[in-house]
Design a protein around this ligand. Sequence first.
Ligand SMILES: Cc1cc2nc3c(=O)[nH]c(=O)nc-3n(C[C@H](O)[C@H](O)[C@H](O)COP(=O)(O)OP(=O)(O)OC[C@H]3O[C@@H](n4cnc5c(N)ncnc54)[C@H](O)[C@@H]3O)c2cc1C
Length: 265
Amino acid sequence: MDLTSLDRIRAAHDRTDLALGPGSAPLAGGTWLFSEPQPDLTELVDLTTLRWPAIEVTPGGLSVAATCTIRTLVDHPAVPGWVSQHLVAQCARSLVASEKIWDWATVGGNVCVALPAGALTTLAVALDATAVVWTADGEERREPVAAFVTGVRTTTLRPGEVLRALELDAAVLAEPAAFRRVALTRHGRSGAIVVGRRAGDGLVVTLTAGVTHPHRLAFPDVPSADELRAAVEQVDDWYDDPHGAPDWRRAMTLRLAEQVREELA
Ligand SMILES: Cc1cc2nc3c(=O)[nH]c(=O)nc-3n(C[C@H](O)[C@H](O)[C@H](O)COP(=O)(O)OP(=O)(O)OC[C@H]3O[C@@H](n4cnc5c(N)ncnc54)[C@H](O)[C@@H]3O)c2cc1C
């Protein structure tokens, strides 16, 4: 849609162009920004013109630029030994969008918009990704994506900060993972997503979509069904919108969590 409050769209070419004043916001793929009115915005600063390399394979794993499109991440060739790489396509497919959106929507845009059904947020939390944030004073800070997304449309980003990249650890990518998702309708928005990952002798279970912010439940050993159920029952922020009532999301999350536990045990 036309954003009639905008005065300009500015292309960023280096970090000094990222000064974001009141009324300014970063523009990535624009698929969310241009999907609803943004009356408080007067300027968009295009991040894609910074031409950050989309994906860098490092000895430690992967560095995915915030501006990497979902398409580029999905198309990244399989790396031998990275047995949880299948999560990339599974998470991308859980976006309620035609694949055309994958060509524009970025990994960083999906995480920063912080919707409960954030498909790339799910991926990042499930793989213990680290968010690399460029701060307004020219510095950098890092934090787990699990802590970066704090609620419905809220993150720890402070004014003037930009998400630069997500870092994924090769050792984590080498751990087996299982994905489960449910929606009220066949092509509906995710109602609940659960991803399990074997971490050594233990299990890490990530809950998204059914909750207002991601939950990461870590167990030193594979929990029993009762132990896992008890941990999920501690969650008290079940999300409520037309894509699912809180009691349904809770029941589905419990069911999906048990399925991933059984698959990975
Ligand atoms: C048809 C359709 C279906 C959708 N279905 C889903 C769905 O199922 N689940 C879901 O989670 N979302 C869904 N969305 C919304 C989705 O989150 C976005 O479309 C997409 O992931 C956002 O990416 P983008 O690159 O287009 O971000 P943009 O629209 O460019 O930006 C999104 C927000 O993030 C900010 N931002 C972007 N990049 C950065 C950065 N690097 N640092 C700081 N701030 C930044 C922007 O200022 C803006 O506030 C859907 C959208 C459409 C159009």
